[in-house]
Design a protein around this ligand. Structure first.
Ligand code: C5P
Length: 316
């Protein structure tokens, strides 16, 4: 069989609201996530032995059993009861690591989709979604992509009608030396804010309804100006991470954007612009300061899809 190639795009959070704590220890969330066209690529090749092997062009990324790609392959193989299946996966890493852009989750979701094709399993989207939710809270979103409301731990998806968002683009920043651990960010939020957490399903549902029918969704549907974006982790991460404060300040004093925010648990930051040329103009206008502060930056379009097969293993 020919190689299977899968594209694994990153996401940003347009909204991340922490509602409360769940009995399973996770936080109950109300989010809006958006795919962007910064993407990793996975190339999957069937192997003759029963090994699951991962190679990556970025030496900073572990390629052992802690990597979500390897976890996804092991889970999939054990669930279908075919321990003899093997694969050699090459990951071309472009999404920055530990950035709040769901790079690891998107790679894991891409592995599920690609292995389903490579191993001829035809599991269907419902089963893949279930496996994705077991592996990580953001993984179901990474399978679906586009613009979605994400509730529960993040795994309960509702598509959002978003006018013109695919024309829009972001200037994305990440400081190479800054990393934020997601469990740390949620733990810190809990430490500082748990007195204000909601604690029952009726209140959670009220907040979901407020988001479904609130100004952000109305603005996304109409394609008009956006209200200020909310990320409840930004207020706990910014005081601890200097580059988050300096990056947000820089994006705010740059060419006027539709919105400026941190993505997920950070430390990546973005400014949203009406289109790619506007994001590129902002990057050029800020180039000297970005350089002086040591930020890496990318201009990316908002994307319409999650992980996707580039080649499905059929002979050319
Ligand atoms: O689900 P995932 O493994 O991606 O989550 C990583 C960590 O982030 C969890 O172990 C937990 O500490 C935190 N988390 C949370 N509530 C969520 C999602 C993640 O507390 N809804």
């Amino acid at each position: 069989m020919a190689d299977v190639t899968v594209r694994a795009p990153a996401k940003i959070n347009l909204q991340l609201e922490v509602l409360g704590l769940r009995p399973d220890g996770y936080h109950e969330l109300a989010m809006v996530m958006q795919s962007i066209d910064l993407a990793d690529t996975l190339v999957l090749r069937a192997s003759a032995d029963a090994a699951i092997r991962l190679n990556c062009d970025n030496p900073d990324l572990p390629t052992d059993g802690t990597n979500l790609i390897v976890k996804a392959a092991e889970l999939l193989r054990s669930r279908v009861g075919l321990p003899e299946l093997g694969v050699e996966i090459t990951l071309h890493k472009r999404i920055p690591i530990g950035a709040g852009l769901a790079g690891g989750s998107s790679d894991g979701a891409a592995a599920l989709l690609g292995l389903d094709a490579l191993w001829g399993l035809s599991l269907g989207s419902e089963r893949l979604h279930g496996l994705a939710a077991e592996l990580g809270s953001d993984m179901p979103f990474c399978l679906e992509g586009g613009t979605q409301l994400c509730f529960g731990r993040g795994e309960r998806l509702e598509p959002v009608a978003a006018q013109r968002l695919t024309e829009r683009a972001v200037l994305l920043l990440k400081h190479p030396q800054a990393n934020v651990s997601t469990p740390w960010a949620y733990g810190r939020r809990r430490e500082l804010r748990s007195d204000f957490y909601l604690d029952n399903e009726a209140d959670f549902e009220q907040r979901r309804q407020a988001l479904r029918h609130g100004p952000l969704l109305a603005a996304l549907a109409a394609g008009g100006p956006l209200p200020p974006l909310r990320n409840d982790l930004q207020s706990v991460v910014a005081p601890e991470v200097e580059s988050v404060r300096s990056g947000l300040a820089l994006l705010r004093r740059g060419p006027e954007a539709l919105a400026v925010a941190m993505s997920g648990s950070g430390p990546s930051l973005y400014a949203l612009y009406p289109d790619l040329p506007a994001a590129q103009a902002a990057q050029a206008a800020l180039a000297k300061e970005l350089d002086a502060l040591g930020f890496a930056s990318w201009c990316c379009r908002c994307g319409g899809s999650g992980v996707s097969l580039v080649t499905d293993g059929s002979p050319p």
